[in-house]
Design a protein around this ligand. Sequence first.
Ligand code: SAM
Length: 221
Amino acid sequence: MVESKGWDWNNVPESEKKIWIEPSIESYYLLDRWTKKGYHDFLDLGCGMGRHSIQFAKAGFNVYAFDLMDDAVDHTLEWAKKEGLTIHGKTGDMLALPFEDSSFDSIFCRNVIQHTDTEGVKKAVSEIHRVLRKGGECYLSLASKSTHGFKNTDWPLIDPNTKICMNEGPEYGVPHYFADYDGIYELMKDFTVETVYHVENFYEQFGHGHSSYHYHVLISK
Ligand SMILES: C[S@@+](CC[C@H](N)C(=O)[O-])C[C@H]1O[C@@H](n2cnc3c(N)ncnc32)[C@H](O)[C@@H]1O
């Protein structure tokens, strides 16, 4: 398995910082869905700057903010303190989650488990299965094989699904696993797949028409 490497959050350009502070579009739907289901114990797996930890803590969830990088967890906890919110912070690796079995009824994991290789993704999914309660749900997203990074010949291929990002910035040297539709169902075979969306996002800041594709997956146990 490739060595885990998190994001260098000090290397995010000023112009892109606001992206990581505003909750993502799908988080609003999940907040509503998971509130109606009565879920309470929420894991922000790969919390980054903490935008979803803050959002769910404000709504009364018992939030655990988890990331490989101390900077990410520290930023989330400092933000929570300013907001007067209690959030539990933990640094560690998604390949060996430091939580008991069946700890959470809701897991939010946006663009995180893709940061490893084929074996690593399988391990991360099995860890999610272990810490998710029966009846709970997990949302996760994965980079798609249709996206530019998978076609980029400057990024070395380390297994048939995985490349190393060579773009300057926070993701330099970070492994990227790229998924396809059949592979998603194979990966999620121990879960019920609720929904799968294949979404193209456009990023004007990288040039007109620049886009990337991700799978957005909602699974239940
Ligand atoms: C693209 S950012 C997404 C952050 C957050 N989910 C969001 O949507 O704002 C990916 C995050 O996953 C973290 N990460 C990467 N590999 C990880 C690993 N092996 N274990 C835990 N976190 C990891 C990175 O450090 C980074 O904070």
